[in-house]
Design a protein around this ligand. Structure first.
Ligand SMILES: C[S@@+](CC[C@H](N)C(=O)[O-])C[C@H]1O[C@@H](n2cnc3c(N)ncnc32)[C@H](O)[C@@H]1O
Length: 244
């Protein structure tokens, strides 16, 4: 398991391999999610693990005040091109709370689970600290059952004249992706490893916080989570001390 930040996310090759990441899907999901969360206009929203900002940008367009944070300097550099008075991006570790509170804290598209399990809890506690008393939180993770069932063990993708060889494995603890390729006659190998967290693991984490899960969805259309078939595990939570 990686104990330090995975520099794969900050490498230019990560951005080549995922340059076609789906913006349309992000836009539609955000519209549905923000409507569901019933956020008032000008709500303060934290996008924790924002990457290049595709969700943050859409949330700001819907009339909210958004802060996107990510440890990838290159992703934040890119996202900063879209900054305005209601949208800003900071290089920041999501396991360390910012010195402010938000009406909504979001952790989207598997931006969780890249470290030891203690660190997962640290991240959850940091999200809790950044959430105001009446705030609402969202963690959008993969559904480990369908990842297992549909695992493509080996894949080759050619982009910008680079042949990326991807090998995926799952064991009890993590889903690992090894990406190897050569560029200008230099060989590269990166590894991305995510904890195999199920809804039960998340429920156990939440028990150790002052947060409670209020709803669980299974896809970006916000259909109910079904353990065996849902592609995603989307957890909506609030503070236990919140009255309604
Ligand atoms: C799969 S990407 C998703 C990015 C973005 N949410 C999106 O949907 O485009 C996961 C992101 O989590 C970020 N990340 C992982 N651990 C982090 C940490 N401790 N602090 C800040 N960002 C982190 C990575 O840098 C990466 O940008």
């Amino acid at each position: 398991m990686n104990t330090k930040y995975n520099n794969w996310f900050d490498s230019k090759y990560y951005h080549i391999l995922y340059k076609n990441r789906n913006h349309q899907e992000a836009r539609e999901f955000i519209k549905k999610l923000i409507k569901h969360l019933k956020l008032k206009r000008k709500s303060k929203v934290l996008d924790a693990g924002c990457g290049k900002g595709r969700h943050s940008i859409e949330i700001e367009k819907l009339g909210h005040i958004v802060t996107g944070i990510d440890l990838s300097k290159n992703s934040i550099k890119f996202a900063k091109k879209f900054e305005n008075s209601n949208l800003n991006f900071i290089v920041h570790d999501i396991s360390k709370p910012l010195n402010m509170e938000f009406d909504a804290v979001l952790n989207l598209f598997t931006s969780f689970g890249y470290y030891e399990r203690d660190k997962d809890l640290e991240i959850l506690l940091s999200l809790q600290k950044n959430l105001n008393i009446n705030g609402i939180g969202v963690i959008d993770f993969f559904n480990i059952k369908t990842v297992k069932d549909n695992l493509v063990k080996k894949e080759e993708v050619i982009l910008e004249n680079i042949k990326f060889k991807i090998v995926r494995e799952i064991d009890k603890l993590s889903v690992t992706k090894e990406i190897s390729f050569s560029d200008n006659n230099i060989d590269f190998k990166f590894k991305e490893s995510v904890n195999t967290l199920s809804i039960i693991d998340f429920r156990n984490y939440f028990k150790k916080t002052d947060l409670e899960i209020i709803q669980v969805f299974g896809d970006y259309d916000l259909n109910k989570f079904k353990k065996d078939t849902s592609p995603r595990l989307i957890i909506i939570f609030k503070k236990k001390s919140q009255s309604n």
